[in-house]
Design a protein around this ligand. Structure first.
Ligand SMILES: Nc1ncnc2c1ncn2[C@@H]1O[C@H](COP(=O)(O)OP(=O)(O)OP(=O)(O)O)[C@@H](O)[C@H]1O
Ligand SMILES: [Mg+2]
Length: 481
């Protein structure tokens, strides 16, 4: 018998049937991947499991006993933990103190506290200083502490929902090491990701959800990436390749100066999509942010961009990677988010001109096929991928001439990704210049006319189409200088 069994789980949000009777079994000591398109119901299923949501129907058993958590704390006490981005650590306490949280004695004996922390960190093969304040650690390290703590609290089932989205390559390696350690210790791990490489590297079994139903549960050995994609979308999807298109005239030149970045000059043509490649910290994101006035100084067509408002005035828009922190106000309606950056142009006599607002929002909802197509829903209630589309819509509503994009398809499923690429191609054909910074080399090769490769704060290579993935990877990693 499986450690954890979910049977016939149903969940409806208003008119949306997010889960239509889903079964899922997790074995002790397995890593079980959950994949599916945006909105397929992955996060909802895991929220039911971890007590964040109540199902409308269905049952859950843990160790053969019914589990009906009314909230997250109850699920945690039963041994089911979801590792959120917002992690419930106390930033002002040390790693050791955080690890002991929940069972801290009234009088803390520090010697013993550190000893216990060291033992636990050693067991999990984590190289973290027990006496460091959590607030001094990077996002990745903080996540590791949270996982270690859940383990210390005897979690039997641990859920990861797109945990690598904000991690560097080194941090991802550490997290994977830790997750494998959890498997050895007999924890059942559920792992959600849109990155198929991660699934094939990590998972033992894979469950595919489509439209709120389970379409398959299979050992990873019986699957190929193409097969997983076909199961997800119900048909075959080939890698994207931008169709041929004419080169336009030069739109302008960015001159970029920022700390830890060699001076950079980038002439951008209409219709062109320029890729920025490089590992985290290579300077590619820094360069992109400087073009938008978020750091350092930039000139665009000889005019200074020192702050984002300068960029917006010159019709340069940045679509950020972290849609939750920078892109969206989650507690506002989708409509309000989309028009946020164009409010000044919509407002007349201090009154937002509703009809125009509705037209703009409806246009972008349609062109991006946002689902569900209801602009009045709170941004929070859209699935991750559809939230990404809202951020894009917000940028496009400003009618930019230059669109800067950071990780434009992070958290976006393979099929929707295709739609986003087609849209970017369409925008470029309409006369925009695009700069795309991405860690996904397949994306860069399929989408871009040329790719600037960053290493150590400078551009070390400029590759032009036809782009080969092996070559980009070799340059990014420094395998080829
Ligand atoms: N709190 C909510 N209120 C209303 N609808 C919701 C809520 N949470 C999720 N939904 C809807 O339920 C469906 C499933 O969403 P869910 O977040 O589970 O998808 P997902 O598979 O995690 O997608 P993604 O890969 O984009 O994160 C979507 O249509 C979503 O819009
Ligand atoms: Mg999700």
């Amino acid at each position: 018998m499986a450690l954890l069994e979910m049977r016939g789980i149903r969940k409806r949000f208003g008119g949306v049937e997010a889960l239509r009777g889903v079964d899922l079994a997790l074995e002790a000591g397995e890593i079980h991947a959950l994949v599916g398109e945006n909105g397929a119901g992955k996060s909802t299923l895991m929220k039911v499991l971890s007590g964040a949501l109540q199902p409308d129907a269905g049952e859950v058993e843990l160790d053969g006993r019914p589990l009906r958590p009314r909230n997250v704390a109850e699920a945690q006490r039963a041994g089911v933990v979801m590792v959120y981005q917002e992690l419930n650590l106390v930033p002002e306490l040390t790693v050791a103190e955080n690890l002991a949280l929940g069972h801290l004695p009234v009088v803390v004996r520090y010697g013993r506290l550190y000893e216990a922390a060291r033992a636990l960190l050693g067991k999990m093969a984590l190289e973290l200083p027990p006496d460091a304040k959590v607030s001094s650690l990077g996002a990745g390290a903080q996540q590791l502490v949270a996982v270690a703590r859940a383990f210390a609290q005897r979690a039997k089932v641990m859920v990861f929902d797109e945990p690598t989205a904000t991690l560097s390559a080194g941090e991802v390696d550490q997290l994977f090491g830790l997750i494998r350690r959890l498997r050895t210790e007999g924890v059942a791990v559920a792992y959600i990701s849109h990155r198929l490489e991660e699934i094939f590297e990590l998972a033992d079994r894979v469950t595919v959800l489509r439209d709120g139903e389970r379409v398959a549960t299979t050992g990873v050995g019986e699957l190929t990436p193409a097969r997983v994609v076909a199961l997800m979308v119900g048909r075959e999807v080939r890698a994207y390749q931008r169709p041929a298109h004419p080169a336009g005239e030069v739109l302008g030149t960015f001159e970029v100066q920022a700390p830890r970045l060699a001076p950079l000059s980038l002439a951008l043509r209409r219709g062109e999509i320029v890729g920025l490649a490089g590992v985290v910290g290579s300077g590619r994101s820094e360069a992109l942010e400087a073009m938008f006035g978020l750091r350092g100084r930039a000139l665009w067509r000889g005019e200074p961009i020192g702050r984002p408002i300068d960029a917006l005035r010159r019709r340069v828009f940045l679509v950020p990677a972290d849609r939750k922190a920078q892109g969206l106000v989650l507690e506002l309606a989708a409509r309000e988010n989309v028009v946020l950056s164009i409010l000044p142009t919509l407002e007349r006599l201090g009154v937002v001109v509703r009809a125009r607002e509705r037209r703009v929002v409806e246009e972008w909802f349609q062109r991006l096929s946002v689902r569900p197509p209801d602009p009045e829903r709170l941004a929070r209630t859209f699935s991750g991928g559809n939230q990404q589309k809202l951020v894009l819509a917000k940028g496009l509503a400003t009618a930019p001439e230059v669109l800067l994009l950071e990780e434009p398809t992070r958290g976006v499923d393979v099929a929707t990704r295709y739609e986003v690429y087609a849209l970017l191609d369409d925008l470029a054909r309409g006369g925009l210049g695009l700069v795309v910074s991405s860690s996904d080399t397949e994306e860069l090769c399929g989408l871009c006319d040329r790719v600037l490769v960053f290493r150590g704060g400078r551009v070390v290579a400029e590759l032009t189409a036809p782009l080969r993935r092996e070559e980009v990877v070799a340059r990014v990693t420094g395998a080829v200088a």
